[in-house]
Structures are given as structure tokens and as C-alpha cells.
Design a protein around this ligand. Structure first.
Ligand code: PXP
Length: 256
């Protein structure tokens, strides 16, 4: 079954809106893990707009599953990763003005710059995943630069879904599947994520060789309505997990 990495950035976004301590991302990680999260993902952004350095330190100490640190490829971030030793680093492009990560990494265009970062992290025992668009040239370059894994950007597919679920299941989904197949042939592990929700995720889980999905916004948004535990458990069901009696009677499941 496809694994679920729960991105808890927006728990920190809510906390930061008041500048206090609540809701605590560490508590959120604990609840997500207790309800089936296979890993916890956070994005330490240059401007620290959601997760902050202290969150990362505390998460490292408390996470019982796996910590996936999303970050820009910069010397500052690599130093932080080497101090934190997450189970995986996912390198993402970062522009200060964007609301969220908007496109995949240009691995081809930044090949020379990315290589030393990938090498430094992996030689220290941290597997590196590159967040890339479902484009065969970017996938091939990811293998050539030495990454262990790619995370396929599902944003275009998700946008297409909002316009027309049927159309999304044609070209955008096919591009994802073909990129996943190529990545596997090149020896890369395949993750995916961005813009996935309880409905549009269902066709995605048929992606060949898919290891893990990283999902944040839709889970945190649903958590406001039903609680984080149920929101995570319901996403696990959308990914194919059996319905757990823990939450079945507690709230309506949008995944069915
Ligand atoms: N994967 C990557 C690389 C991301 O940057 C994000 C957003 O931070 C996600 C997955 C999760 O996207 P969403 O919040 O839309 O589920």
C-alpha cells in the first residue's frame, strides 16, 4: 500500500497567526502518527513562515516514524539538515513570494549547483529526493545528479482535476504514470504530492512504483472540521487502508 507522509506545515501557519505556542506542530505530528501517518513532512522555508528551527529540533526528538525535511538547496539549509539528520531531505525550489511551492525543481538547469548538495547530504547518510514536474528530461537529470528518489509534482494534475476530473485522468495522470515508470527504470524511488485531496488522490494511487504521497493542506483543512486524527485516518482509507473502528462512527468520511 502507498505510504502517507503528512505535511504539518499549516498547523504551524495557524499557530504563527497569533504568535503563540498553539497549535503545537509536535502534538500534531504525534496525533498524525497515532492515526496512521507513515511519516511527517515539514518545509523549513527561508522566511520561516510556518515551521521554525525550534519546531524542527523538537520534531526530530519526538517523531517515531520518519521525518522528511523539505528545503531549498542552500548551504544554510544543508547545514541544518546535517544537524537534524532527517530520514529524508526533499529539495524543492523556493521563491519568497509564492504561497506554496509552485513548480518542480529545474534539475537540468541547476545540475552543477545541485550536485554538491545531493552528494553532501547522501554521503552523510540522508537520502535525497528531488521535487520535479512529471517531465522525462527532469526525471533523467534527477537520476544523473545522483538523487535516491524523486517526488513527482502532482500540482498540474490537481488543478486539472478542479476543472474536470475526467480530463485530469487523461494527459496529466498519464504524464505522472510515465514519469514514475521512467524513474523506476532509472533506479529512483518514487514519491508524489502537492494539491492532493480525498477525491483526486484515488486515481493517483494506481501510479506504478509509487512509494509515498506527501499530503498537507487538504488534511489540515479537513482536520478543522473533524479533528486531525480522523482527517489522517480518512486519508489512509482513501489510500486503501482498511476502515478503522477508531474513527468510523465519529464523523462522515469524505473519502467514500
Ligand atoms: N510536496 C511538496 C514538495 C510540497 O512543497 C508540498 C507543499 O508544501 C506538498 C508536497 C504538500 O502539498 P499540499 O499541502 O498541497 O498537500
Amino acid at each position: 500500500m502507498v505510504l502517507l507522509g503528512v505535511n504539518i506545515d499549516h498547523v504551524a501557519t495557524v499557530r504563527n497567526a497569533r504568535g503563540g505556542l498553539l497549535p503545537d506542530p509536535v502534538d500534531a505530528a504525534r496525533i498524525a502518527e497515532a492515526h496512521g501517518a507513515d511519516g511527517i513532512t515539514v518545509h523549513l522555508r527561508e522566511d520561516r513562515r510556518h515551521i521554525k528551527d525550534m519546531d524542527l529540533t523538537r520534531l526530530r526528538q519526538s517523531i517515531a516514524t520518519r521525518l522528511n525535511l523539505e528545503m531549498a538547496a542552500t548551504p544554510e539549509m544543508v547545514d541544518i539538515a546535517l544537524d537534524t539528520m532527517p530520514e529524508m531531505v526533499t529539495l524543492v525550489p523556493e521563491r519568497r513570494q509564492e504561497l506554496t511551492t509552485e513548480g518542480g525543481l529545474d534539475v537540468i538547469g541547476q545540475f552543477k549547483r545541485l550536485g554538491p548538495f545531493v552528494c553532501a547530504l547522501q554521503e552523510s547518510g540522508i537520502p535525497v529526493s528531488l521535487f520535479v514536474d512529471p517531465n522525462p528530461e527532469q526525471v533523467s537529470a534527477s537520476a544523473d545528479v545522483g538523487a535516491a528518489c524523486i517526488e513527482l509534482h502532482t500540482g498540474d494534475y490537481a488543478h486539472a482535476w478542479h476543472r474536470s476530473p475526467n480530463a485530469a485522468q487523461q494527459a496529466p495522470l498519464r504524464q505522472l504514470f510515465e514519469s514514475a515508470e521512467l524513474a523506476h527504470q532509472l533506479g529512483l524511488m518514487v514519491n508524489a504530492g502537492h494539491g492532493l485531496d480525498y477525491e483526486n488522490v484515488k486515481p493517483v494511487i494506481a501510479m506504478p512504483h509509487l512509494h509515498e504521497l506527501n499530503i498537507g493542506h487538504s488534511i489540515v483543512a479537513h482536520a478543522i472540521m473533524v479533528g486531525l486524527g480522523d482527517a489522517v485516518a480518512q486519508m489512509k482509507v482513501a489510500l486503501g487502508a482498511p476502515v478503522s473502528h477508531q474513527w468510523r462512527s465519529e464523523s462522515k468520511n469524505p473519502a467514500r
